[in-house]
Design a protein around this ligand. Structure first.
Ligand code: BGP
Length: 476
């Protein structure tokens, strides 16, 4: 007994990390366009440094991405060759509504996604669409302050209505917000927030959180009205926090960290704010901007499935007493039992199974793994071929853990999409050298290279995994 019949194997990407063509087809500027590669990236994505336009000092990798906008046919063909059952991609909001507050969509932007979706369907690939993956039209940031403003609900509603109507019968699986909990850790990327000096940042973040949660419920409502066949999911940056020791203080700390993340999914899946959050926010003097009807809307429009990304587990405890691990947007201590990637992300396949169990126990809804993978440095030969056994190892161990969760623990699972089946720009660092793909893309961190695509060793390996529905994970 292995993976269920019809299990959706595939890969996942995000518009701003691969499309490029940032000023073509009538597209407007987006927050993610102006986020550079280099040391300023972190203060910018966290909203600490105001940087809302291009300058000459920085390199902006999203401008060209990997030029998928012009090469999507070649890319989807390669996904088809691997036998993808699904492809997760995101919509560039500013392609559809260049400023975000127009009344009518940009037809040329929609035409691009028409072609992309038709290309998927040609290879029997089920599209899995993320409505927003860390992107907001820049005009909405400048004019309205991003998701701190309730006006965003109106703009988002117009976007989703357009998409659900246009792709009715073609797209069934939708995700409202990528890694919604990341808005607490990277508020410019997750919610278009730039902090004003001296303002209460927690208040701003939870105001934006309420607005995104409301927007997600509105989208779920409309999706079901337009087509009852639509399946809407929330999306969590997952990875269970372990306590660093059995000291109850550490266990409590891990519980709090987990609650901070589950908070979003609790609302999206159960339809109400959890008591632990209401009490904590009240204690901290943070006011949730509830308006009449919000409670009912949240309650009546819960998601159909729970999707999540998983790269690593995390460890909680006192950072003054224990070593802190590097390289993660959501902070963690070092786990002495685990090896780490070149970027310091700790590798924990059993943690994957633990996380799936936690999520399934908590929500009792089908899960969908929509990101998992290893960011690593690849060294291609002269033909662009990479012997990426390290990537195969990582993925095989995680797929095995997922199989255990399904077959031994009874976790209900819809599918699995690896992150970045084709090399693309890293969200946290802006690098190209942090590669996840089965397909190598000739481009470096400074934007040099032919952009040629070539298959890595993992390409044929993943093809075999899909062909055997996860039975054969061997590397030979
Ligand atoms: C998730 C994001 C993706 C993606 C991935 C890998 O947080 O949803 O957009 O990029 O992580 O992270 P990175 O690109 O920073 O290595």
């Amino acid at each position: 007994m292995g993976f269920p019949k019809g299990f959706l194997w595939g890969g996942a990407t995000a518009a701003n990390q691969l499309e490029g063509a940032y000023n073509e087809g009538g597209r407007g500027l987006a927050n993610v366009d102006v986020v550079p590669h280099g040391e300023d990236r972190f203060p910018i994505i966290t909203g600490q440094m105001k940087h809302v336009d291009f300058d000459d000092k920085h390199f902006y990798p999203a401008k060209e991405g990997i030029d998928h906008y012009h090469r999507y046919e070649e890319d989807i063909k390669l996904f088809g060759e691997m036998g993808f059952k699904t492809y997760r991609f995101s919509i560039g909001w500013s392609r559809i509504f260049p400023n975000g507050d127009e009344l009518e969509p940009n037809e040329e932007g929609l035409k691009f996604y028409d072609r992309l979706i038709d290309e998927c369907l040609k290879y029997d690939i089920e599209p899995l669409v993320t409505i927003t993956h860390f992107d907001i039209p820049m005009h909405l940031v400048n004019e309205y302050g991003g998701w701190r403003n309730r006006k965003m609900l109106e703009f988002y509603e117009r976007l989703v209505r357009t998409l659900f109507n246009r792709y009715k019968g073609k797209v069934r699986y939708w995700l409202t917000f990528n890694e919604i909990n990341v808005l607490l850790h990277a508020p410019f990327m997750g919610a278009g927030i730039v902090f004003e000096e001296g303002e209460n940042e927690e208040q701003v973040k939870y105001t934006a959180a309420h607005h995104e949660l409301m927007a997600s419920a509105i989208a779920t409502k409309i999706a079901h009205e337009v087509d009852p066949e639509n399946m809407v999911g929330c999306m969590l940056a997952a990875g269970e926090y372990y306590p660093i020791t059995p000291n109850p203080k550490d266990v409590r700390e891990a519980q709090l960290k987990n609650q901070e993340n589950y908070f979003f999914i609790d609302v999206q899946s159960r339809g109400e704010y959890p008591n632990y959050a209401l009490k904590r926010l009240e204690r901290e003097g943070i006011k949730l901007p509830f308006e009449e009807g919000d409670k009912e809307l949240l309650k009546e429009n819960t998601v159909d499935f729970i999707s999540f990304s998983y790269y690593s587990s995390r460890v909680a405890g006192d950072p003054k007493e224990h070593e802190v691990a590097e390289g993660n947007m959501l902070g963690t201590l070092n786990n002495p039992y685990l090896e780490a990637s070149e970027w310091g992300w700790q590798i924990d396949p059993l943690g994957f199974r633990i996380t799936m169990n936690e999520l399934y126990d908590r929500y009792q809804k089908p899960l969908f793994v929509v990101e998992n993978g290893l960011g690593a440095i690849d060294e291609p030969d002269e033909n662009g071929y990479v012997e990426d056994d390290y990537r195969i190892d990582y993925l095989a161990q995680h797929i095995e853990a997922m199989r255990d969760a399904i077959t031994l623990d009874g976790v209900e699972m819809l599918g699995y999409t690896t992150w970045g089946p084709i090399d693309l720009v890293s969200a946290s660092t802006g690098e190209m050298s942090k590669r996840y793909g089965f397909i190598y893309v000739d481009r470096d961190d400074a934007g040099k290279g032919t952009l040629n695509r070539s298959k890595k060793k993992s390409f044929d390996w993943y093809k075999k995994v899909i062909e055997t529905n996860g039975e054969d994970l061997s590397n030979n």
